[in-house]
Design a protein around this ligand. Structure first.
Ligand SMILES: C[S@@+](CC[C@H](N)C(=O)[O-])C[C@H]1O[C@@H](n2cnc3c(N)ncnc32)[C@H](O)[C@@H]1O
Length: 266
């Protein structure tokens, strides 16, 4: 069984590949944005296995994106990413942003090429925080352009461990991630049990994306990843687009991104 990170990289790599190839002749420019980019490579915990991280996966697709924007907050990871990305793809058009993506969002937005009738622009934005620390306002800002979002909803550990703090305490973390405060009332009125809280949050996030005119996403269209040892729900990986074509690619990812050993094009 693949570990949490291996599943993520496998699905993200597949989606990047389908998106980059499939949108190539449909849009003037394809932009890849990684808001939580990391160092470029990642070691699987407790092993010596090192895997390509999301920025390197995006840089090494068969038909590279026309532009890349990588944001990473930690200075040492940022420097490592810069060195690795420039070495792996010396001719790629890459903008590096060192900082908190929520603070730097206007700077990131300014780096996205302006579309025109003769030069259309579609971006794919990967959102991959360690926990459910997304700020919905950041996604709202980016969504003023044509941007598809691939979002890792890390509701697992976080929502379980901090349930009381989020539901009855003063924490605004979930309010920030969902972009509203009404979720609390909806949760209490739903009468659902505590164990359903994570699924509730994922569904609420999908509703928030719908408010930005993204197509409706049911939970069964998200990839649910559980831990290998204890079978605990870790995260949902979800795609949000305003266009059906993206969902066709995503369906293929869900179909082939299971535990089968190889993919049709491998
Ligand atoms: C789960 S890792 C993602 C790694 C990368 N996407 C990958 O798949 O290889 C999250 C990364 O986001 C960075 N980070 C955390 N909060 C951030 C923020 N607000 N803005 C930008 N980067 C952040 C962390 O330093 C860490 O490298």
């Amino acid at each position: 069984m693949p570990a949490r990170a291996e599943t993520k990289y496998r699905l993200v790599a597949m989606y990047d590949e389908l998106f980059a190839t499939g949108m190539k002749d449909k849009w003037g420019k394809r932009v890849y944005i990684d808001l939580y980019a990391g160092a470029g490579y990642s070691r699987i915990q407790g092993t010596s296995t090192v895997l390509k991280g999301s920025p390197i996966l995006a840089l090494t697709v068969q038909h590279p994106f026309d532009k890349y924007i990588f944001c990473e907050q930690a200075p040492e990871l940022f420097e490592a990413l810069k060195t690795r990305a420039n070495r792996i793809a010396p001719s790629a058009d890459i903008n590096f942003v060192n900082g908190d993506c929520d603070v730097e969002i206007e700077r990131i937005l300014a780096l996205v090429p302006r579309p025109s009738a003769s030069n259309t622009v579609l971006s794919l934005c990967f959102v991959d925080p360690f926990d459910f620390g997304i700020k919905f306002e950041t996604l709202r800002t980016l969504s003023s352009f044509y941007v598809d979002f691939l979002v890792l909803l890390a509701v697992g550990m976080d929502a379980n461990r901090n349930y009381d703090h989020y539901v009855d305490g003063n924490s605004t973390k979930i309010d920030d991630a969902l972009g509203n405060t009404q979720w609390r009332k909806r949760w209490k009125e739903s009468g659902a049990r505590r164990k359903d809280f994570r699924a509730f949050l994922a569904a609420e996030f999908a509703s928030s994306m719908e408010s930005l005119h993204y197509l409706h996403q049911e939970l069964d269209q998200m990839k649910l990843v559980r831990s290998v040892e204890k079978n605990l729900l870790l995260y949902y990986l979800a795609l949000f687009s305003r266009n059906d074509i993206a969902y066709r690619f995503w369906k293929d990812v869900l179909k082939y991104g299971t535990d089968q050993p190889s993919l049709p094009w491998e």
